[in-house]
Design a protein around this ligand. Structure first.
Ligand code: FEO
Ligand code: CA
Ligand code: CA
Length: 657
């Protein structure tokens, strides 16, 4: 059996690199590289042992093994486990499958909540199964393509386990599913409905018996591609680069997310470049635009045909308003979202907040093949900034990661005047560095990665885990397979266990894949998986892993993916490397977004793009949108739609235990 590697690469837009910097690891010593590859080949356990030797105990029950104080996965660190206690993972693994349903372990239930089109208010416009809702109606309904998500408890103590605000991103729209007649003809109304399907939903939910429901609430709100936006940080609203032909509005392609220690939500702008295009034959991208993947065709949305806002030749500065992190206060429905420019402009997958020595730390991957991992470190106590009426996200230093082949790494500052980022080299000021973050990172020698996606921090010891979903296989041992069709998980310990540090020790935590095709992979039928994307530590230190195998690859034996089944979610014990498959999703979908209530007895996850066109199952059409999936409604005249899924244990226990 062999994998058709040549045709594997470059099938999705984010698989296509726009990094022409030529950056190579500074320490590309072949001997060292070969030695580390042996470690990688040993798989999880040996890799873990190597990391143990390098940096001390990994995943120990004692959070004091590392110096920093974690901000907590969601709701603060859980209680440390004690030696001899029952195993961290207690469920029976589910087998891979390719059925059009949700599969969870025995003793668990899965309930669909707030699918695309759910009205936010009881008198709001009802979902229309033929996709005939208007743009104005869509703006009053839950958006499409659910992704990153957080649960903000309402009420203290036990009350907060039964009621809260779900805040979730809507990454993109399926152009076949979103309109009754597909998108062969593009109109302004269709652009507007597309914009209304994007963005963020804030919606109150409550437990009623053994199930959850959404409720009409003053907090319920949509943020869309047309919501007014503010800017803060070095690239202020008055910056000339942000002067476009329309007011500053909208956020697009909100993939993963973050939540701050001060109780706000952060939506991340990932593949924003794909919405822009032009018919102007004289237009050519600037080097900066090309580095962000901007081109005349975009990703095929063709919004520029009906809305000049998205025409890169006629309205080029509109581009500069995207690629940022967007802070939203879910508790204040009238608040204006703010784009926090000090954290850089790129294709932000997520924003993982942590706290060390009172300072805020934000990790963010730039998800494109051959792009980088970033870390923002606040320049003082975040509480002090808040007390003075300032945003902690406006005051700090953005860094980019260099992973050296000797297992060490460095955070390189992206600060105007430092290193190569000088006036002599054409950099004007810090705003210029941030507007051109990718090029600044190229200049300082960052390490290209196999598509960096989510980051999560182990609450037990502050170790940081990063999914590299798949890629061409870039130079450097941090990308150990060339090509890398299945992806892997990298982890590191910041120097002294302090997440504000400027250096770290790293190792490979786990190679994803199928040993039937790649003998390096140390997995079996209970846990084989591909393309890790979402990753999240719960309060007990379980590592939840969600997959996003591309629909161009899924189920295909010629790409080594016939044994992996539909996209899935797994749980791992970071100490032992044990991993079990917890959930399998419906056809054509990815699994993304995960959070629990504070008591960990309800878990929310998202099923995104069920029924999307897949090479294996076929392509939906306006006449038959159900060609691949009809989840979750199974309405013979309906269409598949993204939804949140509520997972509970029949005995009411902690999820995953
Ligand atoms: Fe939107 Fe990188 O997944
Ligand atoms: Ca993702
Ligand atoms: Ca992905």
């Amino acid at each position: 059996m062999s994998i058709d590697h040549d045709s594997y690469i470059h099938t999705d837009p984010d698989d296509i690199s726009s990094n022409t910097s030529g950056n190579r690891p500074f320490h590309e010593v072949m001997a060292a590289r070969a030695a580390r590859r042996d470690v990688v080949r040993g798989g999880t356990v040996i890799a873990a042992a190597a990391f143990l030797g390098l940096a001390g105990a990994v995943g120990t029950a004692d959070p004091a093994t590392a110096g920093g104080k974690g901000g907590g996965p969601g709701h603060g660190p859980g209680k440390p486990g004690k030696p001899g206690k029952k195993p961290l993972i207690g469920f029976t693994p589910v087998a891979p499958n390719s059925e059009d349903k949700i599969t969870v372990p025995p003793g668990y239930t899965a309930q669909v909540l707030i699918p695309w089109g759910t009205p936010l208010h009881c008198r709001g416009p009802a979902w229309r199964r033929d996709a005939s809702n208007t743009a104005a109606e869509q703006a009053q309904q839950v958006g499409s393509h659910h992704d990153g998500m957080h649960f903000f408890p309402l009420g203290k103590g036990p009350l907060g386990n039964r009621r809260g605000l779900l805040v979730l991103n809507h990454e993109y729209i399926d152009r076949t599913m979103h309109y009754t007649d597909g998108d062969a003809v593009m109109t302004k109304e269709k652009v507007d409905k597309g914009l209304a399907g994007h963005g963020i939903t804030v919606i109150e939910v409550e437990q009623a018996g053994d199930t959850w429901r959404h409720v009409d609430s003053k907090f319920n709100r949509r943020v869309t591609g047309t919501t007014p936006m503010a800017f803060s940080g070095p690239v202020s609203a008055k910056h000339p680069a942000l002067k476009a032909n329309n007011p500053a509005m909208g956020t697009l392609n909100n993939c993963s997310h973050g939540f701050t220690p001060w109780g706000t939500y952060v939506a991340c702008e990932e593949n924003w470049n794909g919405y822009f295009g032009t018919e102007d034959p004289a237009w050519a991208p600037t080097p900066e635009q090309a580095r962000y993947g901007v081109n005349a065709a975009g990703f095929g949305y063709r919004w520029h045909l009906a809305d000049p806002r998205f025409d890169v030749a006629r309205n080029p500065n509109e581009l500069n308003r995207f690629g940022w992190l967007v802070e939203i206060d879910p508790m204040n429905p009238k608040s204006t979202p703010v784009k926090r420019t000090a954290l850089g402009r790129f294709k932000h997958e997520g924003a993982t907040f942590w706290e060390s020595r009172g300072r805020v730390v934000v990790y963010s991957g730039d998800d494109q093949d051959g792009d980088y991992l970033y870390k923002f470190v606040g320049d003082g106590s975040w509480r002090m900034h808040r007390a003075l009426g300032r945003s902690p996200l406006d005051h700090g230093t953005l860094h980019v990661a260099r992973f050296d082949d000797d297992g060490r790494g460095a955070w390189l500052p992206l600060t105007f005047g430092k290193g190569p980022l000088t006036r002599a080299n054409g950099w004007r000021d810090q705003a210029d560095v941030l507007l051109r973050t990718r090029q600044a990172a190229d200049a300082v020698g960052a390490t290209p990665l196999d598509r960096p996606e989510w980051v999560s921090v182990n609450p037990k010891n502050n170790d940081v885990y990063l999914t590299l979903t798949n890629g061409a296989g870039w130079p450097g041992d941090v990308n150990p397979r060339t090509p890398n069709p299945y992806g892997h998980i990298v982890r590191w310990r910041e120097r002294g266990g302090d997440n504000t540090a400027t250096s770290f020790d790293w190792d490979i935590f786990m190679l994803a894949g199928d040993p039937a095709y790649d003998p390096q992979v140390q997995l079996d039928e209970t846990n084989i998986f591909g393309s890790p994307d979402g990753i999240w530590f719960d309060g007990d230190g379980r590592l939840w892993i969600q997959t996003d195998i591309s629909n161009s690859t899924q189920n295909r034996p010629d790409r080594g993916h016939d044994n992996l089944g539909n996209n899935a979610m797994l749980a791992a014990d970071p100490t032992t490397g044990e991993i079990r498959r917890f959930l399998v999703g419906p056809r054509g979908a990815e699994i993304t977004g995960v959070i629990t209530t504070p008591d960990q007895r309800t878990m929310f996850i998202n099923v995104q793009h069920p029924g999307e066109s897949t090479t294996f199952w076929g392509a939906p059409t306006p006449e038959n949108p159900r060609a691949v999936s009809n989840w979750p409604d199974f309405d013979p005249a309906g269409r598949p739609r993204s939804a949140t899924v509520v997972i509970r244990k029949v005995d009411g226990g902690v999820i995953g235990s």
